[in-house]
Design a protein around this ligand. Sequence first.
Ligand code: ATP
Ligand code: MG
Length: 564
Amino acid sequence: MSQQVDSSTQVGSNFIKQIAVDDLESGRKEYLVTRFPPEPNGHLHIGHAKAICLDFGLAEEFNGSRCHLRFDDSNPEGESQLFVDSIMEDIKWLGFDWGDHLYFASDYFEQLYDYAVTLIKDGKAYVCHQTPEEIRANRGSLTTPGQKSPFRSRTVEESLDLFSRMRGGEFADGHCCLRAKIDMAAPNINLRDPIIYRIKRATHYRTEDKWGIYPMYDFTHAISDAIEDISHSLCTLEFEDHRPLYNWFVQQLPMKGNPRQIEFARLNLDYTVTSKRKLRQLVDQGLVDGWDDPRMPTICGMRRRGYPPAAIRNFCSSIGVTKKDTSIDVAKLESAVREELNQIAPRRMAVLNPLKVTIENYPEGQIEEFQAKNHPLNEELGTHTVPFGRVIYVEREDFLEDAPKKFFRLTVGREVRLRYAYYITCNKVIKDQNGEVVELLCSYDPESKGGGSADNRKVKGTIHWVAQEQSIQGEARLYDRLFSVPHPENDSSGKDYLEFVNQDSLKVVTNVMLGPSFKQSRLGELFQFERNGYFRVEQLGPKLIFGRTITLRDSWAKVASKKG
Ligand code: ATP
Ligand code: MG
């Protein structure tokens, strides 16, 4: 019986969902089973998030469907349990669950070996003694056919014997290999007798030294999909040319499964690189503070940055799934983050670049407490207490000496509203020997308590502040985009992407003024610092350290439009 398709299923800009619906409705497929197949040789990045949301997300849409997590661990170099653990943590954090369906290609090594033997017995594979260079040289090109290997006509018995001796460890790395016997004149080069097993005496993180031969990706992947009875095997476009080979393996072997491979465009993001190899280079060269540096487009980096998982999921669904290779504006991801944080992050006042203000007519020693809402719209998020006193701190940028008319913040002779508290007027500026402003002397209107005056006079500007009384000091790390150009990997200047690392992507501010409510902060907690952006508690002690998740507005749009 075929799986129920809910007619309300929204296909939208996801062509694969449409294929799944069609396959199920027509009975071509009885059920939907997808898989996400990471190689445990690095941490996941935002590109993988797209694949995860697609693979797991699709399975969530159809009743009774499932998505497997399969580690594609057939290449011992660089693979490790550490990456397996981190990948599982990242997928769970994104909000997906593979249930009981956790698999490892390395668990299929014995079966894969047996299938290779079957191919040899059927005359569809042979052991070849050409060197890798010879194999490459004899592959031919798009316009010329390949040259047959002299070992292609070897007997089945001879190949069987050699293959078992390959397994037995008799030969050195690269001494010979097992190749599929398909067609050296095939228009698709992938079908010109591809290698399916190579000798590699390397220790595997799971099978240790049990194997000295390892199956190649195309062979492993197709058979793993068929073993698990995957219905739709979704992968990125670079595998489109491999599909005939994928199908060939599945067809030659006596397998129950008949997976259908469908390719989609990989995610590329402006101002970002999404390749494990390139991300590793950033880590290895010390250009970032590890894979989970908050500027990294890795899932662990975005987690440490404070990106909510829902924002990443929303972003992935907003970009759709197509076959067209494009680069997505990173502002789209950032705006999904803002949208989510706007809903969930409690508001606070914090001053990043403090300037002292003394309110001369406010009674010495008097402290008042105001109740500030944690969220302008969501009452459920409650309130917090903000003390007010004679000495407060405001942002240095909120004061200007010779201010233009439209500057609605602090300048001598102008009145401004202190959020939640009073109207104050700046009367005098105090400077040090170098002429730098060190303090403002102001007066307040006692009638304006709570932010409105008795005579309803207009005060245009409202600024945030922190009272000296009960304040604590913290540090803020102001993160910004890691690259300074939209396409670091292929900039018109031809320079290497490493040269475009944004030198201003991390600024540290050391004397942030914070109100007493921050004394209860928890690690990882997210706040909106009013007028300053969204921040995450990155370290609790000895000093409270915040990382800026994102600014309140996109400041790059302007830069980009100026550049034309
Ligand atoms: P990288 O190119 O960063 O090295 P990879 O493809 O080698 O990544 P895998 O662990 O093999 O990494 O990827 C697991 C799955 O994630 C694959 O199905 C792959 O197609 C998919 N994937 C990888 N990068 C992207 C991307 N940028 N956009 C969409 N899907 C991706
Ligand atoms: Mg890959």
